[in-house]
Design a protein around this ligand. Structure first.
Ligand code: PLP
Length: 398
């Protein structure tokens, strides 16, 4: 007979899980009946009407896909290989022809990050991951899930809207060979504070001096300065380092969030070593999801393959970028204390507000943002911007 102590654990013995604060925020906002509510917590692009439309080129490509797709047979762990080939020049630029770089399609940027860290854990369980804080809240759990440890350093000074670059360099310089430098390629989430080119070069020098492996997470290429400009850090690392890992997402720049379109890229010092690394990557992918979902990447493939659609994608992408930057300028002009927002990039910035002030904005003005003060600059419609800035400035005035 089983005693109390030997009784096997059942599913009912699972401990509670701390819920995701951003998902909680979305639920709270959805439940708020006030029609004037402003949701700047969610991380998706919204247009001047406050909508997240499907890109016109995406709709057209999806129609073509529907009309022409002959089979839904398996594609294999690499996913749509032609899609990855078409991404090469966009992401890798002048390194597109380097045969030491290989990529595969993944389920979004999340899948790419998970797979990249799995590869690190496969080669070196002792490697630590240097993470500048604040960072995207899903980075630490992904690192932990593969059994690696994260070493956090302060990346950003919230009140000043500035990068704590000396702290960043000091942290990288004190890391051990083989440790991983997790870097945001562009449009830093949650701060919007991107490294400038000189800072990227200094980071590159520290990475080389200490023998670190850069893992660049680039989820917003084209949302900051431009498609080419936003890839500066990725390409600098490729130019300078033997081992580089890039986790890429198309979910934002093709506005196909739920379709889960991304890719992982591996560079080593030789074509042969890259082939071996990719064999491990395929093995890990096979264990986790076997192969990525096809639909979004198949549609992106059609867009990138067709010169006319490709061109129209660039125009629609520029439209999203222009709106992000125009809203940034409007918010920045509202008060000198918000001027830093006009110098930052991508969808997110952090307001120098306390948790109580954030809660008060929620209660008094139905403005929903993360407790940290992180907000999505294009979470609101054009019409809501004035009310948002007035409420935020009043909160800053205390
Ligand atoms: C910094 C960063 N990396 C990766 C991702 C993952 O993107 P995806 O939705 O493609 O998984 C996100 C999404 O919000 C992000 O902000």
């Amino acid at each position: 007979m089983l005693t109390e102590t030997t009784k096997a654990k059942g599913l009912a013995d699972l401990p509670p899980v701390k819920s995701d604060s951003l998902l909680e925020l979305i639920a709270l906002c959805n439940a708020d009946p006030r029609p004037e509510k402003i949701d700047v917590g969610v991380g998706v692009f919204r247009d001047d009407q406050g909508k997240t439309p499907i890109l016109k080129v995406m709709k057209e490509a999806e129609q073509r896909l529907l009309d022409t797709q002959q089979t839904k047979s398996y594609l294999g762990s690499a996913g749509d290989k032609r899609f990855t080939e078409l991404l090469r020049p966009i992401l890798l630029g002048e390194h597109a022809d380097d045969d030491r770089i290989a990529g595969l399609q993944t389920p979004g940027g999340c899948g790419a990050l998970r797979l990249g860290f799995e590869l690190i854990a496969t080669v070196n369980r002792e490697a630590r991951v240097l993470v500048g804080t604040p960072t995207w809240p899903n980075h630490p759990p992904i690192i932990k899930a593969v059994g690696l440890s994260a070493v956090e350093y302060p990346y950003y000074e919230r009140g000043q809207g500035a990068i704590r670059f000396d702290d960043m360099l000091a942290a990288l310089r004190s890391a051990a060979p083989g440790d991983v430098a997790l870097l945001h390629g562009c449009c830093h989430n949650p701060t919007g504070a991107d490294l400038d080119e000189e800072q990227w070069r200094q980071v590159r020098d520290a990475v080389i001096d200490r023998g670190l492996i850069p893992l660049v997470d680039i989820a917003y290429q084209g949302f900051g300065r431009g498609l080419e400009e936003d890839a500066y850090g990725v390409r600098l690392m490729l130019e300078s380092c033997d081992d580089v890992i890039i986790a890429q997402s198309c979910d934002k720049n093709f506005s196909c969030y739920r379709d889960r379109v991304g890719s992982l890229w591996i560079k080593t010092g030789s074509k042969e070593a890259t082939a071996t690394a990719m064999a491990h990557v395929f093995q890990r992918a096979r264990e986790m999801w076997s192969m990525p979902p096809d639909h979004g990447a198949a549609a992106a493939h059609i867009i990138l393959e067709d010169p006319a659609l490709h061109e129209r994608w660039l125009v629609e992408l520029a439209g999203m970028r222009d709106r992000i930057n125009a809203v940034r300028q409007r918010i920045a002009a509202a008060d000198p204390r918000l001027a830093f927002i006009g110098r930052q990039f991508g969808m997110f910035s952090m307001l120098p507000l306390s948790k109580d002030q954030v809660l008060k904005l929620r209660e008094d003005h139905a403005i929903y943002m993360a407790d940290s003060g992180r907000f999505n600059v294009v979470g609101m419609s054009d019409e809501q911007i004035g009310r948002f800035t007035t409420a935020v400035v009043a909160a800053l005035n205390g």
